[in-house]
Design a protein around this ligand. Structure first.
Ligand code: TRP
Length: 331
């Protein structure tokens, strides 16, 4: 069975774009793959979160993924900082990661530009830690978004380099699993910018209150409206329809579609309907998030089991790697 590893940065608050993109696919993958999903709290240290933010965010992400249907019985869900084996592999891989290639990474250059006052070594070696996350479980597949492709390519480089250096086949070369076509519904932002994203500031999160959803949807960008029958929709309008297609009933979508075609559409009405349908869609998820986030006993059980399963897999790989490199214990 193929082994899948994926990490989630612990910044909290999944949005509708995450839900219809990565999360839905993770949930499908856990049925027929051996899946490891983890919360990348070590990675989040590159931006120096406060201790209480760090903890709250990890808890929120854990509750959100569980609420969406990541099933701890089917996949190993764990918190990165519970698995110290990852850090040892990170150190070992660092010895064969070169300054030049790390400096050339796009995500490093972007971050260095975004936070010039804090260009720390953790940022530089971010791809090495990510490679350790992946290689420690000998992953075959890594579901990632487009922005992570280069980091994954580096993980492949480090895997090949290790295998070649010691003339072994320890690490499978992890392949990107990119969701596309019918598996990937790209959810647009409400500002007409194309893609819903947390950093774009145009996202509706799964935990968002109804009042805030209404406010955001009512503020969505539109145009002056169609003036001719059968006009093609400009992007900002198509975006509203795309959102509607994922949360509303088909007859609701066709009602507004027809209204667009014969120029009788009123965007105010459409937005009101869209807001209510988003609320109906997210309500049960939000309730589950809140319920799970309150259940400390459950969260602690999930995290503990996950850590145990992840450490079992990780320590096997690490033992093998230590031996290959030449570490022998004297006791
Ligand atoms: N870098 C990923 C992101 O920002 C998160 C991540 C960390 C990850 N380690 C990983 C993803 C390992 C896949 C595999 O989204």
């Amino acid at each position: 069975m193929p082994i899948v590893v994926s990490g989630i940065r612990s910044t909290g608050n999944l949005h509708l774009g995450n839900y219809f993109g990565a999360v839905k696919n993770f949930i499908k993958m856990q049925e027929d793959h051996q899946t490891f999903f983890f919360i990348a709290d070590f990675h989040s240290l590159t931006t120096h979160p406060t201790p209480s933010d760090l903890h709250t965010n990890v808890k929120q992400v854990l509750a959100e993924y569980l609420a969406c249907g990541i099933d701890p019985e089917k996949s190993t869900i764990f918190i990165q900082s519970d698995v110290p084996e990852i850090l040892e592999l990170y150190l070992l891989l660092n010895m064969n990661a070169y300054l030049g290639e790390l400096e050339r990474t796009t995500s490093f250059k972007d971050k260095a530009r975004q936070q010039p006052e804090n260009v720390n070594a953790g940022l530089l070696t971010y791809p090495v830690l990510m490679a350790a996350d992946i290689l420690i479980h000998k992953a075959n597949l890594v579901p990632v978004g487009k922005d992570q492709e280069q980091n994954l390519e580096m993980a492949r480089t480090f895997a090949r380099r290790f295998n070649r250096m010691y003339n072994v086949e320890t690490f499978p070369i992890p392949q990107a699993y990119i969701f596309e076509g019918k598996d990937m519904v790209k959810i647009p932002g409400l500002d007409g910018s194309g893609k819903m994203g947390k950093s774009e500031g145009n996202a509706i999160s799964l935990a968002e209150s109804p009042a805030s959803i209404r406010k955001k949807v009512m503020r969505a960008v539109t145009d002056a409206g169609p003036t001719e029958m059968h006009q093609t929709k400009p992007e900002v309008i198509q975006n509203l329809f795309t959102l509607m297609e994922v949360v509303s009933a088909p007859d609701v979508v066709s009602h507004f579609d027809n209204a667009y075609i014969d120029c009788s559409i009123r965007y105010g009405d459409m937005k009101k309907q869209l807001a209510e349908d988003i609320i109906n869609f997210t309500n049960p998820i939000r309730a589950r998030i809140e319920e799970i986030a309150k259940d400390n006993a459950y969260l602690s059980k999930v995290a503990k089991n996950g850590a145990e399963k992840a450490r079992e897999s990780a320590s096997k790989t690490l033992e093998e790697v230590r031996k290959i490199i030449g570490f022998r214990r004297f006791y």
